[in-house]
Design a protein around this ligand. Structure first.
Ligand code: NAD
Length: 368
């Protein structure tokens, strides 16, 4: 019995459901962690090697992220065991069967994650009546295309820099990972007067102290090419982005890119985290001690999930941008203020804020 409740604590998980359909080789896990703030929103991950524990940890991360963003949603996550590159017909059958199995779990709203995309969400919506991250023809807001997360990062930077005391006009930005998040963050920050002095992708780092041409770099990436193919700027290896002298360093690629062994190389004053968990705990502690202001991932990169929540309510793209601006600004301010007042890491302040919101919502439930 204990095994079934090994993750249980004050917050959840409310349900862990295993789904098995031998004739289709469907194996999946759904974790609905906490729904005190509202129906759980969380991605559907498809991968061959996911575990129940990973699913629970991702669901809990969504509980905090959604609460921190001030959304009327709890946290959940699901994983389907399988190779996401399987034949399209087999994938559709598996996802539709999964959707059929979770159809009556009405307090879980599926979204895209690793191995699933907007088409998968359209199938889930048809089977269950609910999903976010949908194609625009069925009411979706294309959040990566419009740059919802990058827009939120720019709003976050605008608030955070007031605490450090520098102007966005002429502020130097370096972006690690010039993808859906990174390129739009660069674009929105440039609109506020910042200069992109470095950008990287898996092919390498491009630097230019006087500023890179963001439009040209976006066009290059959208043509399926790499930053190394750009004809301007200096070309360095991918990991050299950490050495770039700048004011704002935006991780927007992979987890754990800043670690104890390379954190001393970072030369920025502000790190709004676009990627999820881009720093190890040791690196985040070291940055705090050095006075580098880190705005943690689930505060800084909440633009995407805020956009998904607006989509769920039938909101427009414009309303989504307004809501992202308002929420990310307010939360960035609250987290930095609490971190400075209580002399704790911004991540600890953000977790306290999220936990407070979930506990308050839990007090209003029948079983409390
Ligand atoms: P993406 O695949 O569109 O872009 C990632 C970019 O990072 C690519 O250009 C890739 O070349 C580059 N990259 C990968 N490894 C690299 C490395 N070692 N060095 C330099 N560049 C590298 O992905 P995305 O949607 O922009 O997501 C980026 C990160 O942000 C992920 O951690 C994701 O979980 C997180 N995130 C994304 C969203 C969103 O709205 N898309 C929201 C919240 C968090």
């Amino acid at each position: 019995m204990e095994g079934a409740f090994r993750f249980s604590d004050d917050f959840g998980p409310a349900r862990i459901i295993s789904i098995y359909q031998p004739s289709l080789a469907l194996k999946a896990i759904l974790v609905v962690d906490n729904t005190a703030c509202g129906a759980a929103i969380g991605g559907v991950r498809m991968a061959p090697d996911v575990s129940v524990e990973e699913c629970f940890r991702l669901a809990r991360a969504m509980t905090w992220k959604n609460a921190a963003a001030g959304l009327p949603h709890g946290g959940g996550k699901s994983v389907i065991f399988g190779d996401p590159r399987m034949a399209a017909a087999a994938k559709e059958q598996l996802i539709r069967a999964f959707a059929g199995a979770i159809g009556d779990i009405s307090d879980y709203i599926a979204g895209p994650d690793m191995g699933t995309d907007e088409r998968c969400m359209a199938w889930i919506k048809e089977e269950t009546g609910r999903a976010v991250g949908l194609p625009s023809v069925v009411g979706g807001i294309p959040l990566d295309e419009i740059g919802a997360t990058g827009f939120g990062l720019a709003a976050c930077v605008d608030v955070a820099r007031e605490f450090i005391g520098f102007d966005l006009k002429g502020a130097r930005v370096a972006v690690q990972g010039f993808g859906a998040v990174g390129k739009h963050a660069a674009r929105f920050l440039a609109e506020k007067g910042c200069i992109l002095v470095a950008a990287s992708d898996t092919s390498g780092t491009l630097t230019a102290p006087s500023g890179l041409d963001i439009g040209a770099l976006i066009a290059l990436k959208e043509a399926g090419r790499s930053l190394r193919e750009h004809d301007r700027g200096s070309k360095l290896p991918a990991d050299a982005i950490i050495d770039v002298d700048c004011d704002i360093w935006i991780p927007a690629a992979r987890p754990d890119v800043v670690r104890a062994d390379n954190v001393s190389r970072l030369r920025a004053r502000l790190m709004p985290q676009g990627a999820n968990i881009p720093c190890t705990p040791e690196a985040e502690q070291a940055l705090y001690e050095r006075g580098v202001l880190v705005v943690p991932d689930f505060i800084a990169n909440a633009g995407g999930v805020i956009c998904a929540s607006m989509e769920y309510r039938g909101g427009t793209q414009r309303a989504a941008f307004e809501y992202i601006d308002e929420r990310v600004r307010a939360n960035t301010h609250a987290v930095i203020q609490e971190s400075q007042r209580d002399k704790i890491l911004p991540r600890a302040a953000a977790l306290k804020l999220a936990e407070r919101r979930v506990r308050t919502a839990m007090l209003m439930r029948r079983w409390r």
